[in-house]
Design a protein. Structure first.
Length: 415
């Protein structure tokens, strides 16, 4: 479905606690809340490394990384265009304070000193997808890279014992449970094949539970196959605007030819690219027709008649996009003990190399909600469920039993 590129990268799995006073912090973007560096590099499209990122004689200091990061923000980052105008003096003072910490021998010697200096600037934007971390340099090579080494990566196959792979099980005679621990792009084929292989069961069983607990997102293209099961009419998801800087346009251009990207995703990007290229350094709506539906079912399936969607505070990014799309259906009820994680203001992530083999992961687009200003932000606030799960029944099958008990009994009736 055309929502396919809402978030190309996944939100971090470890979510920090949400502090008090988030709305007040949004006003100036100075909350200390932000994502910590990932335990491993996120599985996203990686921009080509800067030629001087680790070259002998290049400036690999922490201060150089800070200056490079700020330059990238000014050119390419949608949140910079949203939050800095009108607050230039405050942002400049913040950068100066970060530079004072970065321009030390201790910062150059240890990421434990350098990265907190960079995070000071990151926290200004209050963006759940904005991340930076210290990565190791690549292994030395004896010669120029081979064609295989520089070719775009193809999404790896999902191993049968992968704990993140999608599963489907029968809970009782009238209920199937579809578990989706991960919406990252490599799992799209597994979701598609699982739904196709069990289509007869899915369309003859009265109740479907879609369990997204713990799902930090990935690509909205991964849940395309679910929409015919849940939709009861046209679905219009959250609209987005791309900041059409040359580097961001180049990112989408590369993704449009990446072998690992789904065909639907590449086709969507190719349709949008001419409009991005025609309006450099402006916000360009991803959908030319802003009123058009993203998905319209050919027919409304009589079964499943009721769909329970289970989420939690770890559901973020594309997981939240599924919630937004699915809850437009008369069939769907969303259950959770908490709000979702809140990572929907910015998306379509690309990764940039900074001096000293430091990495920056930043968005290329914003939610169209933010046209109204930062007060429309939901990052770190999240989406409220339709029905709150009791805390003592939010885990395991207890949540499923509770959800089934709360669904309309008439909706559960069926042959």
């Amino acid at each position: 479905m055309p929502l396919a590129l809402r978030h190309a990268g996944r939100a971090p799995r470890a979510r920090p606690a949400r502090p008090l006073g988030v709305l007040a912090a949004l006003a100036l973007g100075t909350s200390s809340l932000a994502c910590q560096p990932p335990a491993e590099a996120p599985r996203t499209h990686v921009a080509p490394a800067r030629a001087d990122a680790g070259r002998r004689g290049a400036d690999t200091t922490c201060a150089a990384a800070l200056d490079s990061m700020v330059a990238v923000f000014r050119r390419d980052y949608p949140a910079y265009q949203m939050r800095v105008p009108g607050h230039e003096a405050a942002f400049a003072a913040l950068v100066d304070s970060a530079r004072a910490a970065a321009a030390t021998s201790a910062a150059d010697a240890s990421p434990d000193v350098c990265m907190p200096a960079l995070w000071r600037v990151r926290d200004f934007f209050h963006d759940a997808h904005l991340m930076m971390w210290q990565g190791p340099p690549p292994a030395p090579t004896a010669g120029p890279p081979t064609a295989a080494a520089v070719a775009p990566a193809v999404a790896p196959a999902v191993a049968p014992n992968d704990p993140e792979r999608p599963t489907l099980r029968r809970y009782d005679a009238r209920t199937l449970v579809l578990r989706l621990p991960d919406l990252d792009r490599p799992y799209k084929a597994a979701v598609d094949s699982l739904v196709a292989a069990h289509r007869a069961e899915l369309t003859t069983t009265p109740t479907l539970v879609v369990d997204l607990r713990g799902d930090g997102g990935g690509c909205t293209c991964t849940y395309d196959a679910l929409m015919p099961l849940v939709a009861t009419g046209p679905v219009r998801g959250d609209r987005l605007d791309v900041w059409a800087s040359p580097a961001n346009v180049a990112f989408f251009r590369a993704l449009a030819t990446e072998p690992g990207a789904p065909d639907t995703l590449r086709a969507e990007i190719r349709r949008v690219l001419p409009r991005l290229e025609a309006a450099p350094n402006t916000f360009v709506p991803w959908n030319a027709d802003t009123a058009a539906a993203d998905y319209t079912p050919r027919a409304v399936l009589p079964l499943p008649r009721a769909v329970a969607v289970l989420v939690d505070s770890a559901c973020a990014s594309s997981c939240e996009d599924f919630v937004v799309a699915a809850r437009r259906s008369r069939k769907v009820t969303v259950f959770s003990a908490t709000n979702t994680g809140g990572a929907g203001d910015y998306g379509n992530i690309r990764t940039v190399m900074l001096p000293g083999w430091r990495r920056l992961r930043l968005a290329t687009s914003r939610s169209a909600r933010l046209r109204a200003g930062p007060q429309a932000a939901t990052d770190f606030i999240g989406l409220a469920p339709d029905v709150r799960l009791p805390r003592d029944r939010a885990g395991g099958d207890a949540a499923i039993t509770f959800a089934l008990g709360r669904l309309d009994a008439r909706a559960r009736e069926g042959p």
